[in-house]
Design a protein around this ligand. Structure first.
Ligand SMILES: [Zn+2]
Length: 301
């Protein structure tokens, strides 16, 4: 069966050659076997096929040893090509599964630690109120509930909802238009002056990468309330991958340095203080209905 298919395929490409038994036909002739008109066939000049005309396909069937020789000749190269393809495909599969940025979902799924939280509409509003209260204390009268709500909703769609919210609060007090101080950083071997932008205070040195990842379209998007959150999440995840899942180190890296700088230490503490308060806020909400505190106390005393 395979050989039949092979002969059929071969008949499209094979150019018959004349020898002492056959000559090439030079005009259109009718095949003596299948009756097809053909221009590429041969005509027998000696032996049992004398005066018979063969089209290429019938010729290949007529002289089976010819096909066998071609097959034998092709066998080794075909086997090599097949083995080569197997090796290339296997290498590609292995490379894909180890490439950390192939799909960001896969690469950070291991580090997820907020997924046990199911934050419903009520929980979301509690978070909004919590931050609204905090921004009021910080005298940021220009930050509205609606503005906070947009950013809370965006953060709840990230892999680290509460941590992202704590970072947003620490970085910008929920101000998507926040601009950091001018700083000098190394970028592509050059020292450039730049300032962090947006609610997660992303340095524009990340712009190129974020555009390549399809998160933002231009640098100004860093000051978009939703894209700022997504950019912050992406950068945090990159630090998390670099730090092999160490959330504390990744948070330190997010500030720009994991060195024991007193400012960074305070930054990280601020973030985790807010993070802890948010968790407690949501936990107490859950327990209000399910486990009244009074019961627990009377039981244990
Ligand atoms: Zn024929």
């Amino acid at each position: 069966m395979t050989k039949k298919i092979f002969i059929w395929l071969l008949s499209f490409f094979y150019r018959p050659r004349g020898d002492k038994y056959y000559v090439l036909i030079k005009d259109k002739r009718t095949c003596s076997v299948c009756g097809k008109r053909t221009k590429r066939g041969v005509q027998g000049i000696r032996g049992p096929n004398k005066d018979k005309v063969f089209c290429v396909l019938c010729y290949l069937y007529e002289v089976p040893d010819k096909v066998d020789r071609i097959l034998a000749k092709l066998c080794t190269p075909l086997l090599n090509i097949f083995l080569g393809l197997v090796v290339i495909i296997a290498a590609a599969i292995i490379a894909c599964s180890y490439y950390p940025f192939s799909t960001s979902d896969q690469s950070v799924a291991l580090y997820e630690f907020g997924n046990e939280l199911k934050i419903d509409a009520e929980g979301k509003e509690k978070i909004v109120e919590y931050f609204y209260h905090l921004t009021s204390i910080a005298k940021r009268e220009d930050i509205s509930r609606g503005q906070i709500r947009i950013q809370v909703e965006a953060a709840l769609k990230t892999r680290f909802p509460l941590l992202m919210l704590a970072i947003i609060y620490r970085e910008s007090l929920f101000d998507p238009g926040a601009l950091g101080e001018w700083i000098t950083v190394d970028y592509k071997g050059k020292k450039i002056k730049t300032r962090a932008r947006g609610n997660t205070q992303v340095l524009p040195t990340w712009t190129e990468r974020l555009i390549a990842e399809g998160i933002i379209e231009e640098e100004r998007d860093l000051q978009d309330p939703v894209l700022g959150v997504r950019s912050g999440e992406f950068i945090f995840c990159q630090h998390l991958i670099e730090e092999k899942g160490d959330i504390l180190m990744a948070t330190k890296e997010f500030v720009g340095s994991s060195k024991p700088d007193p400012l960074n230490v305070q930054y990280v503490r601020d973030v985790f203080e807010t993070y802890g308060e948010l968790r407690l806020l949501l936990m107490s909400m859950k327990e209000e209905g399910e486990f009244p505190l009074g019961n627990g106390l009377t039981k244990c005393c």
